[in-house]
Design a protein around this ligand. Structure first.
Ligand SMILES: Cc1cc2nc3c(=O)[nH]c(=O)nc-3n(C[C@H](O)[C@H](O)[C@H](O)COP(=O)(O)OP(=O)(O)OC[C@H]3O[C@@H](n4cnc5c(N)ncnc54)[C@H](O)[C@@H]3O)c2cc1C
Length: 324
């Protein structure tokens, strides 16, 4: 048999373990899954074991479909295992979706992700320190205007009781800084360590019958009556394929190149804070985001570290200062 070649161009090396992050050091499930060897037949083959791939796999097996997930490194190795951990309502692509859904249907999707996560954490007993409470903070007056409009939109849908518009002094009381001119709290949002959520969902998917393979980079997708998804040591024969590889894959370049690009943001974890420090800077254990496009976001970890994220680059490379 001729082994498929890797697509040309720069590429993430296969078979990496998790990055040396705080989340990886505090993951509470050390399960690993074997590499794909030989041929497996399934209904849906999912390429990529992050939130997109794993949440979809769980949904499909819950509905009785056979699913195989192929992850080139470890489950949740990518963005899903190293993000801000902020559980925030919202919806991307609403302009496109508005061709198919009316306003109320679109609005219902804003909190659908939060609801799914909460019900999975409770239903499958996922151990991920899920916290409730969030505040968006404004630096500019026009950001306050946006918050007021959002508040009214929530009120119109009967959700106003969950939100509170805040002036500068009220934000200062919540997070101990006068840097913001105001904000809005929302107790429908919250925060959690994302790697532990994704690992918990992966375990649930396996318990429901999904097959997960790690260190199994997909090198080639061969289309036909069924689809053949090839790795170095094996092949999945599927009715359908979902590419959930985020900005890390280079598959189907003719159709997909240029649609996704890397956007890097970086998070620092402090030493655990003292109780009096927490009382000053985040006594209610809220997730916090400012409203800039390149935003700062922060929250406390379960062991009381400040996890502070910000900055952005689009090169796909880590800045040298990250090691400092
Ligand atoms: C710093 C940062 C902070 C963020 N903060 C938040 C936040 O607070 N809240 C929030 O909701 N979102 C946040 N996000 C966004 C969120 O992390 C992503 O939207 C989400 O994780 C994307 O999930 P995914 O499964 O699509 O991609 P990923 O998690 O990146 O998973 C893709 C997976 O596909 C695998 N893969 C790629 N190519 C192949 C191949 N050929 N074969 C096999 N496997 C392959 C990769 O190894 C990877 O594991 C943040 C993102 C970043 C980077």
């Amino acid at each position: 048999m001729v082994r498929p070649q890797r697509p040309n161009g720069p590429h993430v090396l296969p078979q990496e373990e998790h990055t040396g992050s705080y989340y990886a050091a505090t993951r509470n499930d050390l399960t690993t899954y074997s590499e794909l060897n030989g041929e497996v037949e399934t209904d849906v083959c999912i390429i990529g074991g992050g939130f997109t791939g794993i949440a979809t796999a769980l949904t499909l097996v819950e509905r009785g479909h056979r699913v195989v997930v192929l992850e080139q490194n470890r489950i949740s190795w990518g963005a899903s295992g190293r993000n801000g951990g902020q559980l925030i309502h919202g919806l991307g692509g609403s302009t496109r979706l508005s061709k198919f859904l009316n306003d109320e249907q679109l609005w219902a999707l804003h909190y659908r992700g939060n609801d799914i996560i909460r019900s999975r954490v409770a239903g499958y007993g996922i151990d991920c320190d899920l916290k409730t409470g969030y505040v968006e903070v404004a630096i500019k007056q026009r950001q306050m205007v946006g918050l007021e409009a959002d508040y009214e939109a929530h009120q119109r849908r009967g959700l106003g009781d969950h939100l509170r518009l805040l002036d500068r002094a009220e934000v200062t009381a919540l997070i101990g800084t006068q840097a913001y001119i105001g904000g809005m709290s929302n107790d429908l949002n919250g925060h959690l360590p994302p790697l532990n959520l994704c690992l918990g969902e992966a375990r649930a998917a396996v318990e429901q019958g999904a097959l997960l393979f790690e260190q199994s980079e997909v090198l080639e997708i061969e289309h036909g009556e069924t689809v053949r998804v090839r790795t170095a040591q094996g092949c999945v024969v599927a009715q359908k394929v979902l590419i959930a590889g985020n900005a890390y894959h280079r598959l189907e370049r003719r159709r997909l190149s240029g649609l996704v690009f890397p956007a890097g943001s970086f998070i620092i974890a402090t030493e655990p804070l003292e109780d009096d420090e927490i009382a000053r800077i985040n006594p209610q254990d809220l997730a916090v985001c400012d409203l800039n496009n390149v935003l700062d976001y922060f929250r406390l970890s379960a062991d009381k570290r400040m996890l502070f994220g910000g900055r952005c680059n689009y090169s796909g490379r880590e800045p040298r200062s990250v090691e400092a």
